[in-house]
Design a protein around this ligand. Structure first.
Ligand code: NAP
Length: 277
């Protein structure tokens, strides 16, 4: 199996800096085999972190992941998410059991609160710690939490990541969230790193891509991956896109190129509330 650059989680576990998303997978049975093949090609290339959620396709994305990891569980790092309405003392264990069944495994490596809902964070953290204690999950983290939400976590809580929307068109986290997390050695997981494809027609990306003989998607990913405390999880449902994305790890953007991208996509100069998709 290919080796890729890794990022260390607070637990000391190292995960690939480039993983694979699954939102939108599992929605059409006719596409299932190609989705499984794409994920497995990603594993071959070292993109062994796979991100899913109970919410995606009402659980069917977890089933796609389950099929992709079958026979390869030891080489993969499975991230799934509990929906906020299930993130209480009773709901979380039941939701986790259902996810484990769909994934066909006895352990989720990293289980995230999908976003903050009505359940008090203290109760959610207690429920997630309970799942760590009984071995259903290896560790827990959060998603879509801004700085003030992270500050509301109970004292002593040790999330392994905050998964947030971060890409060239969504640079708000650079103002406060990324520094806050870096200070606490908490890696951020960047979702929608190519803005679900909407970013790819931008001329500034095309200009940088042309110099490197690469593609706009690779430049967008390389830009997210320029930071050593960020994990990117693009979703790609074809082998060609997976291979293209993997190559982004080898693309190093030069200072002048980063400046050109700053001009086209200015960094934040004030607090911006965390965007959510
Ligand atoms: P994304 O990864 O930015 O974009 C996915 C889209 O880009 C798909 O249409 C894909 O097409 C296309 N694409 C991928 N690689 C490409 C390439 N090399 N060239 C051209 N197009 C390419 O958006 P996302 O799926 O929203 O985000 C990634 C993952 O983050 C999700 O799948 C999910 O696991 C996670 N996420 C989490 C949250 C949260 O609230 N925590 C929210 C959103 C997403 P094909 O599918 O045709 O390859």
């Amino acid at each position: 199996m290919a080796v890729v650059r890794t990022v260390e989680l607070p637990s000391g576990v190292r995960v690939p800096a480039l993983g694979q998303g699954t939102w939108g997978m599992g929605e059409d049975p006719a596409r299932r085999q190609s989705e499984v093949a794409a994920l497995r090609r990603g594993f071959d290339l070292g993109m062994t972190l796979v991100d899913t959620a109970e919410m995606y396709a009402d659980g069917a994305a977890e089933e796609v992941v389950g099929e992709a990891i079958r026979g390869r569980r030891d080489e993969t790092f499975v991230v799934s998410k509990v929906s906020p309405r299930h993130a209480d003392r009773r709901g979380a264990p039941a939701a986790c059991r259902a996810s484990l069944r769909r994934l066909g495994t006895d352990r989720i490596d990293l289980y995230l609160l999908h976003w903050r809902g009505d359940v008090p964070l203290d109760e959610t953290v207690e429920a997630l710690e309970g799942l760590v204690a009984d071995g259903s999950i290896g560790s827990w983290g959060v998603s879509n939490l801004d700085v003030d939400d992270l500050a509301d976590l109970p004292a002593g809580a040790r999330p392994q990541t905050d998964q947030v929307l971060y890409n060239l068109t969504r640079r708000g986290p650079e103002y406060d969230l990324l520094p806050f997390c870096r200070e606490r050695s908490l890696p951020v997981m960047a979702y929608s790193p190519v803005e679900q494809g909407r970013l790819l027609g931008h001329p500034a990306l095309a200009a940088v891509a042309e110099v490197h003989g690469s593609t706009p998607a690779q430049v967008a990913l390389a830009w997210v991956l320029r930071r050593d405390d960020v994990i990117a999880i693009p979703k790609a449902s074809t082998v060609a896109h997976v291979e293209e994305n993997r190559a982004a790890l080898d693309l190093l953007l030069r200072e002048d190129e980063l400046r050109a991208l700053d001009a086209a996509f200015p960094p934040p100069d004030r607090k911006q509330p965390l965007d959510v998709l």
